[in-house]
Write a protein that binds this ligand. Structure first.
Ligand code: DAH
Length: 343
């Protein structure tokens, strides 16, 4: 009996090595485990054994073999799936990129257009452009930004947490720490990215939106530098001279913190319904980077200072194009979007 079991094991090894398709594996399964399969046969022949010890021992061995067959067939099936995927990847995509599109040429999304413009402007001012994860941990999204666990500022960003404790980044500020650690000071960088918050959607709110964060750190950086860079950048974006003003605003990662407003583009500052008759539009929160944030990023706050801003890319794209409903941007509605993608 035991020799038969060993022979079957050898046969299994050979079969598994040769099996190249799931059909072959199915066949092997029937041969071993089926109603008339080799293992079932062995089980039946157990009753021919007279010695109870021998019978018990053989029974155990058959059970072990059965378990082994099941496990190894399943493992080989997984392996075959992976091999097949690999083969398909190596064979390359099966589309022909040179076939002209039936529905005409594609175009860039309005947000991508604004992002590209800003990247060009900031690159010309010596800023590097950084890419950063969309899934981050609490440390980077909050703690490193001077927002500890109990801080009420967390309530302003209704966060999507993942079951493993990570989260979808609620703002591009989440990259500040990693970028400070990567480059140290002095530093000029912008980092555009997609952000997520659990918002009830309406014409002005989306759960998925884009921001562009920027930081500049060096010796003797002051609020004047912040105003200069913002004014230059916005004048370039809107292709006209833009007036800005700063109002105090609270964000735990900057001190002092501001809301930056621009003079209303519709009425030129006279007052109209778009700017609620104030002559100003709120555009970009910003401020001087808090010493705790610099320290967390490995930068000495005694030696260096810096400014940071978080520009709403989605908002900017809406303002530039006169888009009244934010939902259009994520809709994938080509008819609506193509109005804003002529460039
Ligand atoms: N991260 C903030 C938000 O999404 C915006 C922000 C405010 C960014 C001030 C900054 C800043 O860099 O200095 O609400």
């Amino acid at each position: 009996m035991l020799t038969k079991i060993e022979a079957l094991r050898a046969q299994l090894n050979e079969l598994l090595e040769k099996a190249e398709s799931s059909a072959e594996l199915d066949k092997a399964k029937v041969e071993f485990l089926g109603k008339k399969g080799a293992i079932t046969e062995l089980m039946t022949s157990l009753k021919e054994l007279k010695d109870p010890m021998e019978k018990k021992n053989a029974g155990q061995q058959i059970n072990l073999l059965k378990k082994e067959v099941e496990e190894r067939l399943a493992a080989r099936a997984d392996e075959l799936v992976k091999l097949e995927e690999q083969r398909q990847i190596e064979a390359g995509p099966r589309y022909d990129f040179t076939v002209p599109a039936k529905s005409g040429q594609g175009s860039l999304h309005p947000i991508t257009i604004v992002q590209n413009e800003l990247e060009e402007i900031f690159a010309s001012m010596g800023f590097t452009i950084e890419d950063y994860d969309e899934i981050v941990d609490e440390y980077h999204n909050f703690e490193a930004l001077n927002i500890p666990g109990h801080h009420p500022a967390r309530d302003m960003q209704d966060t999507y947490y993942l079951s493993n404790g990570q989260l979808l980044k609620t703002h591009t500020s989440a990259a500040q720490n990693a970028i400070m650690r990567k480059y140290g000071a002095p530093l000029r960088a912008i980092f555009p990215g997609r952000c997520f918050r659990n918002e009830a959607t309406d014409a002005c709110h989306e759960n998925t939106f884009f921001q562009m964060e920027g930081i500049m750190i060096d010796e003797d950086i002051s609020i004047s530098n912040l105003i200069y860079f913002m004014k230059t950048m916005l004048s370039e974006v809107f292709e006209r001279d833009i007036n800005v003003r700063l109002r105090p605003g609270f964000f735990p990662f900057v001190e002092p913190g501001f809301e930056l407003d621009i003079s209303c583009l519709i009425c030129g500052g006279e007052g109209c319904p778009t700017c609620k008759n104030s002559g100003w539009l709120e555009l970009c929160p910003c401020g001087m980077i808090h010493p705790n944030v610099l320290t967390a990023g490995g930068i000495d706050p005694e030696k260096y200072t810096g400014f940071a801003f978080g520009l709403g890319l989605t908002r900017l794209a809406m303002m530039k194009n006169g888009i009244k409903d934010i939902r259009v941007l994520n809709s994938g509605n080509l008819k609506a979007l193509s109005q804003f993608t002529s460039r």
